[in-house]
Design a protein around this ligand. Structure first.
Ligand SMILES: [Zn+2]
Length: 122
């Protein structure tokens, strides 16, 4: 049976292309979505350079991103203050530094995922 994950505003194929390229992990914090489809389904495609800063929809500017990282990064632009020539990897590294080792929502998110997996959330 093929898994179907509906994502508002995101072409199905694009999500999976980016997800496979990222090996199922959030490219900012490393949270592994392969562990559980429910975790992966909570991931989104982030614009490394936000659309509000004219970041494109091209694959190079898209990254697999967990909800806590997405909520923490918001429209922060890793190209700000640079000469605009950083590589994709360098931009992602700047986002990691900006977010810190663990985004603030991480403990809540992990606890929520555990409760959902175990069916203990009321
Ligand atoms: Zn993350």
């Amino acid at each position: 049976m093929e898994a179907q994950v509906a994502r508002a505003g995101q072409p199905h194929d694009l999500f999976w292309i980016v997800a496979v390229r990222a090996n199922g992990k959030c490219e900012y914090c490393g949270l592994d979505g392969k562990e559980n489809l429910h975790i992966l389904a909570g991931f989104c495609l982030d614009h490394i350079i936000p659309r509000s800063a004219n970041g494109g929809d091209d694959l190079d500017n898209r990254t697999l991103c967990c909800a806590p990282c997405n909520l923490s990064k918001l429209s922060w632009n890793p190209a700000d203050g640079t000469d605009g020539t950083l590589t994709r990897d360098a931009l992602i590294e700047r986002v990691r530094s900006y977010l810190g080792p663990n985004p603030p929502e991480w403990p809540y998110y992990v606890a929520l995922q555990k409760e959902l997996r175990e069916g203990t959330r009321s």
